[in-house]
Design a protein around this ligand. Structure first.
Ligand SMILES: CSC[C@H]1O[C@@H](n2cnc3c(O)ncnc32)[C@H](O)[C@@H]1O
Ligand SMILES: [Zn+2]
Length: 462
């Protein structure tokens, strides 16, 4: 029997068993094409997804017109695509307040002349909270259910994310300069430790982490202490690394090694380290990353906009390194839309390698779901639709002209779908967006509050 026939027969059998039992599910999503993103990348047409206690309890196939199993709530997917919620492996959520403030400049100039001064003047607990709410609204509306963030005043980020109902890995920022909320750099590790302590067991959807800004803004001592903190707590250590040629040349000049070899020399490339960008990496760097067990967040649109370069992603994947997709902050992208990011990632590496077979649609979807989840320490928890995994699910409307016809769901998701095609968002079994409307946040209020902040940042704002 063919594998696919076996799966369909098993799913039909599963359905009969459920129908025979008197289980009433918490939530059932019925009448969709289910993209499981499991190892076999199963596509279940006419699928029913059953959710109980925040987890996926059953996936089955139904006959046309057949009633869904009993449930407290039922969503008709209307023939749309049901898939794992997207995972954004690199954000600076509060930077939504700086969206469009400074464009068309290289990283160092952008940071030093506009972003760092703007952060010094305008990053406070209240602005961070509001801008994070704005970022959460944008992510929910575009199908992202989990993000991995790093910023200053991360407590305020965590409170806003918590209210949105999203899942997140959140890192308190560490840098050897006075930073918002941490005026004395000598206290940066203590602040990070306090953040981790506060959020360790506070909310099952929030996982604390540590975020060192970069090897060029943190001393050896800061880097090793921050990593020791992360190791001792079994949490993720994140760092921007090898982002620009300027950074690579600085390390070659001052330390005689690339930024990746410098981090390796400090023992920082073990599993549990998320290297953000890793654009300027050579064959030796890639071997070191792979041998150490570190993982990578790939942010193609930010790297393109800041003209940082193109990360050798196909080489990372060939070396077995897990790679997730990220948007970076709203000031260098300028959005948090993973549908655009998937499309860009797929096409950028094809043209860069002159090989249309690299970064095929399924690989890119894995990066935006299962592989991304693994990269941020949530592998096996989210990123796939499998029995027992957390019910973080999105439904994509396929009834629009640009989504018709629909031959290959994976191809449609990467090359055709838009963020606005996301109709429903579920996190841990709870519906947080229904029919395009966010149920957890007051969007009108958030927009008004962020516009007020923008007027303080730039008086010419309407
Ligand atoms: C502790 S992380 C927050 C810190 O990082 C700055 N930042 C945002 N994007 C980038 C980037 O692509 N490379 C380096 N630094 C970046 C942000 O403005 C905050 O100061
Ligand atoms: Zn970043």
């Amino acid at each position: 029997m063919l594998m696919r026939e076996l799966i369909v027969t098993t799913l039909r059998l599963a359905r009969r068993i459920f129908m025979a039992s008197d289980t009433v599910f918490d939530l059932v999503i019925h009448n969709g094409t289910i993209l499981t993103v499991n190892d076999d990348f199963d596509i279940v047409r006419q699928g029913t997804l059953c959710i109980q206690n925040g987890r996926i309890a059953a996936i089955s196939v139904h006959e046309p017109g057949e009633q869904p199993p009993p449930a407290k709530a039922t969503i008709d997917a209307g023939g749309g695509i049901v898939m794992p919620g997207l995972v954004n492996t690199h954000t600076h959520l509060p930077m939504s307040m700086f969206r469009g403030l400074a464009d068309d400049r290289p990283l160092m100039e952008w940071l030093k002349e506009t972003i760092f001064p703007a952060e010094a003047a305008h990053v406070h607990p209240e602005t961070v909270f509001r801008a994070t709410q704005l970022a959460c609204a944008e992510m929910i509306l575009s199908g992202t259910t989990t993000c991995c963030d790093g910023y200053f005043l991360e407590n305020s980020v965590a409170r806003a994310v918590q209210l949105s109902g999203m899942r997140a890995v959140l890192g308190q920022g560490v840098i050897d300069y006075p930073a918002p909320g941490v005026p004395d750099p000598a206290r940066n590790i203590a602040h990070a430790a306090r953040f981790v302590e506060t959020w360790r067991n506070a909310d099952p959807l929030i996982t604390p982490a540590v975020f060192c800004h970069s090897p060029y803004t943190c001393s050896r001592e800061t880097l090793t202490k921050a990593k020791a903190l992360a190791r001792s707590q079994g949490i993720l250590f994140q760092i921007h690394a090898a982002e620009t040629r300027t950074e690579r040349d600085l390390f070659l000049r001052e330390h005689g090694v690339t930024p990746i070899r410098y981090l390796d020399g400090l023992g920082l490339l073990d599993a549990g380290t998320l290297l953000v960008h890793a654009v300027w990496t050579d064959e030796t760097d890639i071997r070191r990353i792979s041998a150490g067990g570190a993982v990578i967040s790939h942010n193609p649109e930010s790297n393109m906009k800041l003209a940082s370069g193109i990360a050798p992603v196909e080489k990372f994947l060939a070396a077995g390194i897990p790679v997730g997709l990220g948007t970076d902050g709203c000031a260098s992208n300028n959005n948090l839309d993973l549908f655009q990011e998937m499309d860009t990632a797929a096409k950028l590496h094809k043209v860069n390698t002159l090989d249309p077979t690299v970064m095929d649609a399924r690989t890119v979807i894995r990066m935006a779901t299962a592989m991304g989840a693994r990269a941020i320490g949530l592998g096996g928890v989210v990123g796939t639709l499998e029995i027992g995994s957390q019910a973080d699910v999105i439904i994509i409307d396929t009834g629009k002209p640009h989504m018709t016809p629909l031959y290959h769901p994976a191809s449609q998701i990467v090359y055709t779908a838009k963020a606005s095609d996301v109709r429903t968002v579920v996190v841990a079994g709870k519906v947080i967006m229904a029919d395009g409307r966010i149920l957890t946040l007051d969007l009108a209020e958030i927009l008004a509050e962020v516009r007020k902040i923008a007027r303080r940042i730039n008086k010419r704002q309407p």
